[in-house]
Design a protein around this ligand. Structure first.
Ligand code: ATP
Length: 521
C-alpha cells in the first residue's frame, strides 16, 4: 500500500509539473477539493468527454444529448429526494479534529480483510508454484478462513446498519472493529451525524423576496425535467436515452483524494427510458456496454470490476458500480442504476403536470422506467492517468544504461498532443521546415513545436505528457523530404516521407479505433 501511495503522490506532482491539474486558487493557498485543469489536462479531459459523447450519441441512434442549466427550480430537489435524503454519515475524531465518512471508514476496514486474504494467497502461490490450487487453499487455510469470516460478518452488519440508517450502529461498528484515526492514531470518536451535501445560494435580490436555490448535485434531474420536451420535439420512441455532460457540486465531507473527490466536478450521465417491466434487461445490457467502453481504452482488463451495491438508493431497484484499480485501491468510477419510475413519477406529483408517455405499440400511457449510467469526468481522467503512468528504466538501445523515463502511455486518441515536431537544431532552415509541416497538419490533429534543449530532453518532455509520436526534422529532411518518426511506447524510430505523416498518424489517433470496439446496444 505504501508503495502505491507513493505512486499516487508522484502522479499528483506530475499533474502539476506538466500542466494537467493545478490546485484551485493556489496563490491564495488553495480551496479545499477544488481543482483547475491546465493546458494538457483540459485537452485530455475534452478527449474523454468526446469519447463518451460520441459513444452515446453516434453509436446509438436512440440516444440524443441536451445541455440543461445548473440552476433549477428548488422544488426539483424536493421531488428528487435530495433535500431530505442526500446525506452522508459523518464522524469526527476528537483528537485530530479530522472529519470522516463513517461508511468509508468501515468500507476500508472490509478492504483490509480482503487485502490480508489476497496476501496469503499471493505468498502461497509463490511458494507452491505451478501446483498451487487457489480454490483448495481458500477453503482450507486457517488464516484465510478466519479473515473471510471477519469480512463477511462485518459486511452483513454494515449493510444492515446502512439500510436501517442506524447511525448509532455505524459508530458501534467503528468502535468494535477498533478503527483508528489515521492522523491521531486514536479511537476517540464523536457520534455519527447526517450531513446534507447540497450547496445552496440565493437567486434574486432580497427586495424581490430572494429564493433559496441549489447548485445541482447531479446532472440527471435536468434530464428528467426535460423528458417530455425531448421526447415530443425529437419524436422519440421508447426505448430511448438522453445524455448530458455538465458540472455538479457536492459539499463533500472528506475531500483528500485529489480529483477523485471534488466539491465541484463534472458528470457524464445518460438516462435511458424503457417500458415498465423491461428495466432489468436493459440494466444488464448497459452494464455490459459500459464495461466495454472502459476496457476498449486498453488500460488493462484486470483493472476493472463491478461492485454491486449493498444499500440501494431510495430510487433504485438494482445498482452496480464500475470500479477501477486506482493507486489507492479499487474505487468507483461509474454508477449504473435502475432508477425505476421514481424520478418521473415524483416530478409528476410535485409539478402537477402529466409526464406520461403514450406507447403507440401498446396503445397505452405509462411513466417510463429509467436506467442511468453516471460517470465522473474527473474520476475517469484520474483512472486514465493512473492506468497510463509508467516509470521505466532504459537500456543501451534506448538511452544510457540506468537512465529512467516517466511516460504516460495514454491511448493515442486521448493524448493531449498527438505529434511533436522537433527541428534537430534551431538554425539552417530546420525551424522553418518544421513550421511548414505543422501548418499542414494542424487541421487534422493537435501538434506541438519544440526546439529547446537536446533532442533526448525533448523526447522525455513529450513522453511525460503522453505524446504518442514525435517527428524530428534534420538536415537531410531539407533534401529528401523525410522525417524520423519516434514512437512513444517502443521508442523505435523510422524514416518516413513528410507526405505520409498525416496518413500514418491521423489514422492511429482517431477515436473511431476505440469506438469500433464497443458494440452497439
Ligand atoms: P461516492 O460513493 O464515491 O461518493 P456516489 O456513489 O455518491 O460516489 P454517484 O452519485 O453515483 O456517486 O455519482 C456518479 C459518479 O459521479 C460517480 O461514479 C463518480 O464518478 C462521480 N462523482 C460523484 N461524486 C464525485 C465527487 N465528489 N468528485 C468527483 N466525482 C464524483
Amino acid at each position: 500500500m505504501a508503495q502505491h501511495e507513493d505512486v499516487f503522490k508522484k502522479l499528483i506532482s506530475h499533474c502539476k509539473e506538466y500542466g494537467f491539474v493545478f490546485p484551485s486558487s493556489e496563490i491564495y493557498d488553495g480551496l479545499g477539493a477544488v481543482y483547475d485543469y491546465g493546458q494538457n489536462g483540459v485537452e485530455l479531459k475534452n478527449n474523454i468527454k468526446k469519447y463518451w459523447w460520441d459513444s452515446m450519441t453516434l453509436l446509438n441512434e436512440n440516444v440524443v444529448g441536451i445541455d440543461s442549466a445548473i440552476f433549477m427550480h428548488p422544488t426539483i430537489w424536493k421531488a428528487s429526494g435530495h433535500v431530505d435524503a442526500f446525506n452522508d454519515p459523518l464522524i469526527d475524531n476528537k483528537d485530530s479534529k479530522k472529519r470522516y465518512r463513517a461508511d468509508v471508514l468501515i468500507e476500508e476496514q472490509i478492504a483490509k480483510y480482503e487485502d490480508k486474504i489476497n496476501k496469503e494467497i499471493e505468498k502461497a502461490a509463490k511458494r507452491f508454484g505451478n501446483s498451487f490450487d487457489e480454490q483448495q487453499f481458500r477453503e482450507t487455510n486457517p488464516r484465510v478462513l478466519e479473515n473471510e469470516v471477519k469480512k463477511e460478518t462485518l459486511h452483513i452488519r454494515f449493510a444492515k446498519a446502512l439500510n436501517d440508517s442506524n447511525l448509532e450502529e455505524l459508530r458501534q461498528i467503528i468502535i468494535d472493529e477498533e478503527i483508528v484515526c489515521p492522523i491521531s492514531g486514536t479511537r476517540n470518536w464523536t457520534e455519527v451525524r447526517q450531513f446534507n451535501l447540497m450547496f445552496s445560494t440565493e437567486m434574486g435580490s432580497t427586495a424581490d423576496g430572494a429564493m433559496k436555490i441549489y447548485l445541482r448535485p447531479e446532472t440527471a434531474q435536468g434530464i428528467f425535467v426535460n423528458f417530455l420536451n425531448v421526447q415530443k420535439s425529437g419524436r422519440m420512441k421508447i426505448p430511448f436515452g438522453i445524455a448530458q455532460i455538465g458540472k455538479a457540486f457536492r459539499n463533500e465531507i472528506v475531500a483528500r483524494q485529489f480529483v477523485f473527490r471534488m466539491r465541484e466536478f463534472e458528470q457524464m450521465e445518460m438516462q435511458f427510458f424503457v417500458r415498465p417491466g423491461e428495466e432489468l434487461n436493459w440494466f444488464v445490457k448497459w452494464k455490459e456496454t459500459r464495461m466495454k467502453w472502459h476496457k476498449a481504452l486498453g488500460l488493462g482488463d484486470k483493472k476493472y470490476r463491478f461492485h454491486d451495491h449493498d444499500k440501494l438508493a431510495h430510487y433504485a431497484n438494482a445498482a452496480t458500480d464500475i470500479e477501477f484499480e486506482m493507486p489507492f485501491g479499487f474505487k468507483e468510477v461509474e454508477g449504473i442504476h435502475s432508477r425505476t419510475d421514481f424520478d418521473l413519477s415524483s416530478h409528476e406529483k410535485y409539478s402537477g403536470k402529466n409526464i406520461k408517455y403514450f406507447d403507440p405499440e401498446l396503445n397505452q400511457s405509462y411513466v417510463p422506467y429509467v436506467i442511468e449510467t453516471s460517470i465522473g469526468v474527473d474520476r475517469m481522467f484520474l483512472s486514465v492517468l493512473a492506468g497510463s503512468y509508467c516509470e521505466e528504466t532504459l537500456d543501451a538501445s534506448t538511452g544510457s544504461v540506468g537512465d529512467t523515463r516517466v511516460v504516460l502511455k495514454l491511448p493515442p486518441a486521448l493524448a493531449p498532443i498527438k505529434l511533436a515536431i522537433l527541428p534537430l537544431v534551431k538554425k539552417d532552415g530546420l525551424p522553418e521546415k518544421a513550421r511548414e509541416i505543422i501548418d499542414n497538419l494542424k487541421f487534422d490533429f493537435n501538434c506541438q513545436y519544440d526546439e529547446k534543449d537536446s533532442i533526448g530532453k525533448r523526447y522525455r518532455r513529450q513522453d511525460a505528457i503522453g505524446t504518442p509520436y514525435c517527428a524530428t526534422i534534420d538536415h537531410e529532411t531539407l533534401t529528401d523530404n523525410c522525417v524520423t518518426i519516434r514512437y512513444r511506447d517502443t521508442m523505435q524510430q523510422e524514416r518516413a516521407p513528410i507526405s505520409d505523416l498525416a496518413g500514418i498518424i491521423a489514422d492511429k489517433v482517431n477515436l473511431k479505433n476505440i469506438l469500433k470496439k464497443i458494440k452497439e446496444v
